[in-house]
Design a protein around this ligand. Sequence first.
Ligand SMILES: C[S@@+](CC[C@H](N)C(=O)[O-])C[C@H]1O[C@@H](n2cnc3c(N)ncnc32)[C@H](O)[C@@H]1O
Length: 420
Amino acid sequence: MSSILDPKQTTAPKGYRSHWYPYYAGFSPLFAQSALEYLNAKKGDIIVDPWNGSGTTTFVSARSGIASVGVDLNPVMTIVAKARSSTIEDYIQAKVIALDAIANFDQMRKNRSDEDMLTYWFTKESAKIIRQLEYSMRFSRDIPNESVSTGSLSDSEALVYLALFRVVRNFIKRFIGSNDTWIRKTKTSAEKVKITKYELISEFARETSALFAESTKETDRHLLKPKIFTGDSKMTPLSAESADFIITSPPYCTRIDYAVKTTPELAIIGHNPKTFDQIRRSLMGTTTVSKDIGDIDSSWGQECLIFLNRLKSHRSKASGGYYYKSHFEYFSSLYQSIREMDRILKSNGKAVLVIQDSYYKEIHNNVPLIAQEMAGSVNLNIENVFEFSKNLSMASINTRSNIYRPIYTPKESVLVFSKS
Ligand SMILES: C[S@@+](CC[C@H](N)C(=O)[O-])C[C@H]1O[C@@H](n2cnc3c(N)ncnc32)[C@H](O)[C@@H]1O
């Protein structure tokens, strides 16, 4: 039996396309490859990733000629994952879309009726120019005032959007923190980025060519296109017992706002502050909490119940209120998602989950153990655990959270479950 590599090992060769959209939450394609080998996955099997992110699982499966399905609730990640599994044919089609977009640019000047989130970083006029290019890219799609429906986007259209994502990120680079942990909005109009139509179009042409130069025949050789959906891990669009294997990584339990990290991209695909907020609230691990939460379910297991009780009675401000609620919601979603994995897995199917532990103040949040206990309450039995230590995590970036506890190195666990 082959061994599983460290999920955070970052030295994947260019052919794995991780650098197309560097996703701070992604795992290494070499890890995903090692998981496929460990599972002995072969052609004819179906691999699922219910938290697909930048599409590492689906791309690596596709590259090995194995069918796969990827689900993520953030529509930006649907676009990134679709673009990542594009072929030379998609590239040729994408080139036509990009050239048409540039050619039709001048006829596409329309005003949005709602607030354009691009003005968070760009002057009104510059935001209009970017929007004009984006409308022009939608060419035959007559939906000028709505956000793009990612479900109906082809892989070539996704590629063109990915190029525009990269263009906008380049223009607003100075507002993005190192390792993408925050993106600052401008406070004054003097700070806003000003661009001309020619600057935009030349950057767009440059990024499109750069991306496309890497759509090589080598990657295409065995590529079996994955199915990528925008959907919820708590209710995936998959039928019962349809998956042979799951390779995935749930959102971190350290209150990372996945939607906020993709604000520029959500702005580009046409979201307004209201629809942005809806996406943000719907994502697992978000910093927002609902007014009412349900009751603890004993199936979440001992470790989870003990953790939540310690949190509730912690002396520090907001622990028993806001923080209790946000952790409660996280575990509730994790449990529902694990049940869903159990539903979609075939019997004898296996699931590989990458999960990190963390601390709330001095209380150890042993998410890997909690996930094992949750899985134990359905039909998923733990078969193997691999542990890797990391030097830098979201928890250690926030130095204020270190006040209550000694220096700690987060542990990344790879849990392998099999369905009885
Ligand atoms: C740790 S990341 C996965 C990264 C992925 N393994 C990769 O290599 O890019 C977790 C992902 O879960 C997504 N997510 C959060 N809540 C979700 C939900 N309820 N259903 C599906 N996806 C969700 C986030 O948008 C994020 O992309």
